[in-house]
Design a binder for this molecule. Sequence first.
Ligand code: AP5
Length: 208
Amino acid sequence: MILILLGAPGAGKGTQAERIKAHFDMQHLSTGDLLRAAVKEGSELGKLAKDYMDGGKLVPDDVILGIINDYMKANEGAGILFDGFPRTVAQAEGLDGFLKDAEVKVVSLEIEDEVVINRLSSRRSCRACGRVYNPALGIKPAGDACECGGEIYQRDDDRSETIANRLNIFHTQTEPIIEFYGARKVLYKVNGNGAPDEIFKRVKETLV
Ligand code: AP5
């Protein structure tokens, strides 16, 4: 099965993806994590992606579809959980071309913009292992550093003006995908409010 997690920035895609991949034993691809790793390495992909990401804009579709094509070839036949992909109708159409007969389900985490703004402005991450903390939720490391020893930082795209850009792009470029998959009757809308485990329970109920 191919499972697509849709949702605004900060809707909780990464948080739910951790639970889904463990519970359903799936491969997990977060295009955001992959691009951040490329930026950290300073690879050609990272150099290209950095300005788009820092400005809260989408990386061009052809670049993303190239990454997905490689990933699909390397993971042929596997159950895959996509987190942060597709993000435009062009990406959704491109994915169709890679899928053959795989069953697709799409979970859309539904959440209001004000909740997203609160979550993202209080998010902190570990520069070394990527672990996410949120002091506003009481999710914080024991000391100043991550438990792995890495530095805790705020993502460049979690500054308030960039959050506004990301939300705007979500509403204009990503939301049309909800209609795209809705018309195919493979879309499940899940309330993204509440505690992460409560939301995961709702996600599981849609997937049985
Ligand atoms: P990406 O990394 O995918 O960012 P995003 O979609 O903006 O998602 P986030 O990671 O911010 O949020 P999330 O929904 O995963 O929520 P999370 O669980 O982390 O992409 C970054 C950039 O890369 C894009 O802007 C773009 O430039 C580029 N990019 C990536 N994919 C692309 C593509 N396909 N095409 C083009 N460009 C692409 O949670 C957020 C916070 O909320 C955390 O602090 C968490 O602790 C907290 N939280 C989570 N759940 C809850 C809850 N239930 N209650 C309270 N707090 C919660």
